[in-house]
Design a protein around this ligand. Structure first.
Ligand SMILES: O=P(O)(O)OC[C@H]1O[C@H](O[C@H]2O[C@H](CO)[C@@H](O)[C@H](O)[C@H]2O)[C@H](O)[C@@H](O)[C@@H]1O
Ligand SMILES: O=c1ccn([C@@H]2O[C@H](COP(=O)(O)OP(=O)(O)O)[C@@H](O)[C@H]2O)c(=O)[nH]1
Length: 525
């Protein structure tokens, strides 16, 4: 099944400029061609789009990004009420900038080098070229003094490139994936221009405190700039009118202050809860259970088919539990959704082979005519189906080896209006900083993972409910509206003095949780 987008037309309002702009590699819709040769717009995969869509809907802004298909040049258009400004990429740029530098250099480097990063100069050159194109596209639609919010590792040069041509803008950047410790980051041949690119922003947001600290340390090591808590003093290269000049922390020449701190991303918790209450979604959840033969326990995994998600680790643990006879195929079923992702990158092709070989072996070894241990889907489902799966699942299994946040963990919790269900959550996912009442696991420890699965399957209802209540409280108090309003609030306070204050619409009251502890600028090693 394929997730389908709402209405998208390839013509729409032209030429207008906006006071709020989001820039990301991915747009909320992907342009694809179906088997009949027709253009079909599909909902884009991944958590970045899930998180930003509600923010865009409550702001009268524009979204600058790539339509997901090479060699097409599309006019601005509107999709489900969101104004879209497409940035074209050629086939070669998709191969070098997106599949190459973004997803075969930066992605593995920023995720603990779980796979070896490739360093190729022609990939870097394409990355620079494409980042410049995104910056130009944003500059062209930004009103005077606009707020521009750049997203993620694919576009780390955009803040600097944008500031150079539009010093009137207030520029934010949010990194959705981890920022690695300096010992790993320093491998990158282009480590300094990337730091300089990011420092073009007024505020640089990260998922976890540790990511922000890793970044500040890289700034000190590579640039020698002074940092204190979440503040970084960046020497002024020009003194354009309106730039907020700060007394530098360590005295000396005037500087711009850049804030680097953590803003853990979240979901539209109410939206997920409302969907979970719908009769058709609940009926679908019941149907899923029945179609699986009403097993005693359904365990669910939902991930892009990505080597960072630890899918093989969870399959290994589950296979061993069946082998040991600790769980039986009659009682427990694992449903695994593995959504297609970056399918032309070698590491992803290899991962698919590895995962599907394991699924086939386990099902062949332990399946019966009536029961299949792993119900596996290489598919991308629409939100209604995701919510029905969450409702059908007794245990949600998140075993990421490294993950910026992991919105799936938060979505599962938001949909559990019955306060039931157990979340097993990797301590290497950003979500584990907040979701302390989950069963936290180290997915590399297969015995520990097996024991945690057994504990989840046999957990008494009273404990399940008390844990779930606490998890739900967190996810409802810290939803995506709060994430965006906190970020934008800090951005407006630190941005260009001429930027108009704009409405964060129906996002909740902004609350600044303050800066990182002083100790975050700890000694460099
Ligand atoms: O655009 P793709 O290459 O198809 O990949 C999909 C997205 O994956 C990543 O998502 C991250 O953002 C989530 C929301 O903040 C976070 O929960 C998750 O841990 C991250 O992996 C990527 O960062 C996005 O840019 C991609 O669009
Ligand atoms: O078949 C699928 C699989 C995933 N998702 C969504 O994709 C996002 C995944 O975000 P997450 O932060 O967990 O990981 P990412 O893929 O961004 O690394 C979540 O909103 C899921 O609901 C979806 O809509 N359909």
């Amino acid at each position: 099944m394929t997730a389908s987008a709402g209405k998208a037309s390839e013509s729409g309002p032209q030429g207008d400029r906006h006071s709020f702009i989001v820039v990301s590699n991915r747009l909320p819709v992907d342009r694809t061609i179906d088997d009949a040769g027709e253009v079909v717009w599909r909902h884009s995969p991944g958590g970045l789009v899930t998180a930003l869509e509600p923010v865009m809907r409550s702001n009268d802004g524009a979204w600058v990004g790539w339509v997901g298909q090479p060699d097409v040049d599309i006019e601005r258009f509107e999709s489900d009420g969101i104004r879209i400004v497409p940035v074209p990429l050629s086939t070669e740029e998709v191969a070098r900038y997106y599949e190459g530098f973004s997803n075969d250099t930066l992605w593995p480097l920023y995720h603990d080098v779980i796979a070896p990063p490739g360093y190729h100069r022609e990939w870097w050159e394409a990355y620079v070229r494409v980042n410049r194109r995104f910056a130009d596209a944003a500059a062209a639609v930004a009103d005077d003094g606009a707020v521009v919010w750049v997203q993620d590792y694919q576009l780390q040069l955009v803040p600097k490139l944008l500031r150079e041509q539009r010093p009137d803008l207030t520029i934010g950047f949010f990194n959705h994936i981890p920022f690695p410790p300096y010992g790993i980051y320093s491998q990158l041949p282009w480590r300094t221009p990337i730091i300089e690119g990011l420092l073009g922003a007024d505020v640089i947001g990260f998922q976890r405190l540790a990511d922000a600290n890793n970044f500040s340390r890289a700034v000190r090591r590579l640039k020698g700039f002074t940092t204190r808590g979440s503040s970084i003093d960046v020497p002024l290269v020009d003194e354009s009118p309106g730039v907020r000049v700060h007394a530098p922390i360590a005295g000396g020449k005037p500087t711009r202050r850049v804030i680097a701190r953590h803003f853990p991303i979240s979901i539209d918790s109410r939206g997920f809860e409302e969907m979970a209450k719908r009769a058709d979604v609940q009926a679908r959840a019941k149907q899923i259970r029945e179609d699986l033969g009403n097993p005693g326990t359904i365990i669910l995994g939902v991930d892009r088919l990505d080597y960072t998600k630890g899918i093989a680790h969870r399959l290994k643990a589950f296979g061993e539990l069946l082998r040991d006879g600790t769980v039986s195929v009659e009682d427990v079923t694992l449903v695994q959704v593995a959504s297609p992702s970056r399918e032309r990158v070698d590491a992803y092709m290899q991962l698919r082979d590895e995962v599907e070989l394991m699924v086939g072996r386990i099902n062949g070894d332990y399946g019966t005519i009536r029961h299949t241990p792993i119900n596996y889907h290489h598919a991308s489902y629409p939100r209604e189906e995701m919510v029905a799966l969450y409702l059908a699942a007794d245990v949600m299994l998140v075993t990421a080896l490294r993950d910026g946040m992991n919105l799936v963990a938060k979505e599962y919790v938001a949909t559990r209006t019955d306060n039931d269900g157990v979340l097993i959550l990797s301590e290497f996912a950003g979500a584990s900083d907040e979701m302390k009442k989950a069963l936290l696991v180290n997915p590399h420890d297969i015995d520990g993972l097996k024991a945690t699965i057994v504990r989840a399957v046999s957990m008494p209802k009273s404990e399940r409910m008390s844990r779930m209540r606490s998890l739900r409280k967190r996810v409802f108090e810290h939803d995506v509206a709060r994430w965006s309003s906190e970020f934008i609030d800090v951005l407006l306070k630190n941005g260009h003095s001429k930027t108009k204050q704009f409405e964060t619409a129906d996002v909740g009251a902004a609350q600044d949780e303050g800066v990182q502890p002083e100790g975050s600028a700890a000694a460099d090693g």
